[in-house]
Design a protein around this ligand. Structure first.
Ligand code: LLP
Length: 415
């Protein structure tokens, strides 16, 4: 069964209607579907079966404890970028030996937290970070397992803000510098060299950028082996794209896996992969209510109760996400800009959308399971919205709606 489908004109998730969920939990509301999260994870697991691998879900895409819990129960690993994400994974029952720690700016404290937990690997992004990690690990009396994140300078052919594998991006270590950094790492007492890593960008729908990057990484693996630095894993990052609009299609994960496996050939290298969006993106929607319909001459606006603080992707990346009425009702169709109540012209969820709606109707923003609730803020002192997980004929409140008092509870008046 698809995660979200129409039955007699009503949008459903498994056995539950989004209208009933909105009535029970209020709007705006994030709705996730457990089965969809699990089956997306299984796609990776099936396509990598037979080759040693570890799927490290990129926590940043959706770090809700229930999402992490569902994945931990499948045996997933996790890719984290902060001490906060580490704590979440552990709280959700994730295994430390399946955690990789990414990010360009790990603090000494975060490194200690990772060592305390006994995580599997630090993905080191600069020579300075390597030195810091060596010092921290040595003081900690332990050894840090590392891979170096390589910046292979390949074009991921995606939005510039989510492209990370070009020289102009802050991420990773350039190919030339990487060789010297590996030699240095091999000398350090408190460092154990395990792997090689890259992540060239997000929302990639083509295989070529992966093929190009992995080829370069494999060449480096071979060169290192000649020098006696033998790696045991290759982390190919995340970035697998999903279908937001009818014009694009998601990355073919089976073909992607074949491409990676062919590049590795007979080499004894475990594959690590860090998918985020692919696992949770299509498994979530944002349900919002139409407050007002208004027109400024020939431009029509649907003012809804969700805003850029709840879902910033359209404002930040000009991202297009499908918007449709939750119930198919007899209404006149009009072209609307779907906008929120925030005092910014960038506060829109979608522009120029053909919609048959009236005031008080519910709208559903699709593909809102990834980089949606996690990127929300309290701008305009708006409480963050509730999140529910649908599982068959049940729904579970997995994040309660914030209340306004909580929003300024940490602030104080002047003495
Ligand atoms: N690994 C690393 C090191 C990453 O930086 C990322 C995402 C991932 C894995 C997961 O990538 P994914 O499979 O989800 O594409 N907020 C943006 C996306 C930012 C992605 C940041 N890094 C958006 O809403 O499109």
């Amino acid at each position: 069964m698809t995660a979200f489908y129409r039955d007699n004109g009503s949008l459903m998730s498994d056995q539950l209607s989004l209208t009933a969920l909105a009535e029970e939990y209020g709007t705006p509301l994030y709705v996730y579907n457990r089965g969809a999260i699990e089956s997306a994870w299984q796609e990776f697991s099936k396509s990598l079966a037979g080759h040693p691998h570890l799927i490290c879900y990129a926590v940043k895409a959706n770090s809700n404890l229930a999402v992490l819990d569902a994945l931990a129960r499948l045996g997933s690993g996790f890719d984290i970028v902060s001490e906060g994400e580490l704590k979440r994974v552990l709280a959700a029952g994730g295994r430390p030996e399946k955690i990789v720690f990414s990010g360009v700016g790990k603090t000494a404290r975060e490194m200690e937290a990772g060592l305390d937990a006994g995580i599997r690997c630090f993905n080191v992004e600069s020579p300075s970070e390597l030195e810091r990690l060596a010092t921290v690990a040595s003081a900690h009396g332990s050894k840090a397992n590392i891979s170096l994140r390589i910046n292979p300078d390949v074009d991921a052919q995606t939005h510039p803000y989510i492209s990370t594998g070009l020289k102009e991006n802050k991420f990773g270590i350039g190919m030339d510098e990487a060789m010297t950094t590996y030699r240095r790492a091999a000398e350090l007492e408190s460092i154990e060299v395990h792997g090689i890593d890259c992540h060239i960008g997000s929302q990639l729908t083509k295989l070529e950028p992966y093929a190009d990057a992995v080829k370069l990484l494999i060449e480096m693996v071979d060169k290192l082996a000649e020098e006696g630095i033998v790696l045991s894993h290759i982390d190919v990052g995340g970035g697998q794209g999903i279908q937001y609009s009818e014009e694009e299609s998601s990355l073919d994960v089976a073909a992607w896996a074949t491409c990676i496996r062919e590049a590795i050939g007979e080499r004894d290298l475990e594959i690590l992969v860090e998918p985020g969006r692919y696992i949770v993106g299509p498994a979530g929607v944002l349900v919002t209510q139409v407050e007002y319909l208004k027109s400024n001459e020939d431009r029509h606006f649907a003012v809804v109760d969700a805003a850029m603080n709840d879902l910033i992707r359209p404002a930040l990346y000009s991202a297009w996400q499908a918007i449709e009425p939750v119930e198919t009702l007899d209404r006149t169709t009009e072209t609307y800009d779907v906008v929120g109540p925030i005092c910014e012209s960038a506060d829109f969820l979608g522009k120029q959308r053909e919609l048959a709606i009236a005031e008080n109707d519910l709208l559903c923003v699709r593909s809102a399971g990834a980089y949606a609730s996690v990127m929300s803020s309290n701008y305009n002192t708006r409480p963050r919205v509730a999140e529910v997980m649908v599982d068959g004929d049940k729904s579970h409140l997995v994040c309660a709606r914030e209340n306004v008092d909580e929003l300024f509870a940490r602030e104080s008046l002047l003495p």
